[in-house]
Design a protein around this ligand. Structure first.
Ligand code: UTP
Length: 474
């Protein structure tokens, strides 16, 4: 059967009729599947993607360096500095946690291509001793908050077509990692087609399927709104929403001081940063220019500017973003209802596809463009942004690369978890023998207060640990 004329017309209008190359060999069900996918594509968005490809290939979408001339790193509050202000912030944060006027959004839609793990990244067993998964470690924090403050913090988990089914199944099998099942709201982010870098056309990854990829963590706002997630938070009186990423087991999106600084500042958006030390580190940096705050991607920062230093020796653009943000819910609602869409970003990646003969091709070098929206592009839309600097050892150990990699691998993340536990135990008066693995149970230990109670209870002889231990609150 030939393809429906309307479908053929639509594709001809966009010069994409090659997507029907295998139509004759498809079953009726496969034809229907391909047709529904093609009809659901937002062709305006595809036109924008194609423009971006053109600009990228002509190197026209590079940052205008003139913009950077007067840009500065905004003032950063520092967590853990014991002046009067942090204690105000701490109190305000505790109050917010006690009243559960905050909700959390976990970004778990990424494909985790660099890690090369076949399941969603959140199911990766990361804890050095218990082998608890990233989901266990991160969701555990909400259990510890319940234990300390008696409050139930609502959590929305963003998945994508790549991670949705496996994530829902895993969390169900794990009894919601100790949370109440109705404390969790799942929502699935959108997809965007990928474009062949050779010819500028959409790719098929099966005879009946256009190759797509998740639309980036910036797809969160649209997906949360359309799924009813923003309403879900509103119904639970969450005025503030924090977002964090599934690949950072040290992430502290609900750190009371962070929440407190955010709330006391009256900003509609706050963000955690760490100090960028080496100009070549591949992190986006927070910058302020012309009254707006934004993140400059590392690829948009010319080497010479990235290397400039302030009189105190810090880099001029030292505020490295770690993907942990706090938003006022009404700010997100206003942006969502304004129909303002976040800009698209382009990335040259390896995308498996099928060729004209219907054969699967696994490219060994980048062959296509993927498109993503970034959540931090909400920053310039905020009336004010508060930047909060944390010590990376306390809150940033991302898992990006496979075992054996020098950076951001399971080994480096486990070292960071171990060092974190050893340091906090020492602060509470519990020493750990050198080279001994220790791990803090995030589901029962909220902060150093819990560790001091363990020290007082003499759970460990002489308050010393000399063999691998998972430390749980008493
Ligand atoms: P990354 O940009 O590091 O991507 O995501 P990734 O998928 O984890 O890994 P690579 O680049 O394919 O190797 C940072 C965070 O943003 C989430 C990821 O799940 C991770 O928590 N993310 C990313 C999404 O939720 N959706 C996306 O479309 C992209």
């Amino acid at each position: 059967m030939p393809p429906p004329a309307a479908l053929l017309n639509l594709l001809q209008q966009h010069s994409e009729e090659h997507l029907l190359a295998h139509w004759d060999q498809l079953s009726k069900r496969e034809c229907n599947q391909l047709q529904s996918q093609l009809l659901a594509i937002n062709w305006h968005e595809i036109a924008a993607c194609k423009k971006l490809v053109e600009a990228h290939q002509q190197r026209r979408n590079k940052q205008n360096h003139e913009d950077l001339k007067n840009a500065v790193t905004p003032h950063c509050h520092k967590i853990g500095e014991h002046t009067a202000t942090p204690s105000d912030a701490l109190n305000r944060g505790h109050q917010c946690l006690r009243t559960a006027q905050v909700g959390a959004i976990l970004m778990a839609g990424g494909q985790g291509t660099r890690l090369g793990f076949s399941e969603p990244k959140g199911t990766f067993p990361i804890a050095p001793i218990s082998k608890a998964t990233l989901f266990d470690v991160l969701l555990g924090q909400l259990n510890a908050i319940k234990k300390r403050f008696g409050s139930r913090i609502p959590l929305a988990i963003m998945t994508s077509a790549a991670t949705d089914t496996a994530t829902r199944r895993f969390i169900a099998e794990m009894n919601s990692c100790g949370l109440d099942p109705d404390q969790i709201f799942f929502f699935c982010q959108g997809n965007l087609p990928t474009i062949d870098a050779m010819n500028g056309h959409l790719l098929l990854d099966a005879r009946d399927h256009v190759a797509v990829a998740p639309d980036g963590h910036g797809g969160m706002l649209q997906a949360l709104t359309e799924s009813g997630g923003l309403d879900w938070f509103r119904q639970q009186d969450c005025h503030t929403l924090v977002s964090f990423q599934v690949d950072n087991p040290l992430a502290k999106p609900l750190d009371p001081e962070f929440l407190g600084y955010h709330l006391l500042s009256g900003s509609s958006l706050s963000t955690q940063v760490i100090e960028k030390i080496d100009p070549s580190e591949r992190v986006g940096v927070v910058a302020e220019s012309g009254g707006a705050t934004k993140i400059i991607e590392y690829s948009d920062l010319p080497e010479a500017i990235a290397a400039e230093r302030l009189p105190d020796g810090r880099l001029r653009f030292f505020a490295g973003s770690i993907g942990i943000h706090a938003f006022q819910r009404n700010f997100l609602e206003n942006v969502a209802s304004s129909q303002a869409s976040l800009p698209l970003h382009i990335a040259h990646k390896k995308v498996p596809f099928i060729d004209g003969h219907g054969c699967q091709v696994q490219p060994s070098t980048p062959n296509a463009f993927k498109f993503e929206r970034f959540i931090f592009d909400l920053m310039p839309l905020a009336d004010s942004v508060t930047v909060i600097e944390i010590d990376p050892a306390e809150g940033f150990a991302p898992l990006k690369n496979p075992s054996g990699a020098a950076k951001d691998s399971p080994e480096t993340v486990q070292q960071a978890i171990n060092a974190y536990a050893t340091r906090h135990l020492a602060r509470a008066g519990i020493t750990v023998s050198p080279d001994t693995h220790v791990e803090l149970d995030t589901a029962s230990i909220f902060d150093d207060e819990d560790l001091r109670l363990i020290a007082k209870s003499a759970t460990f002889p002489n308050n010393h640990i000399d063999c691998p231990q998972i430390v749980r609150a008493i």
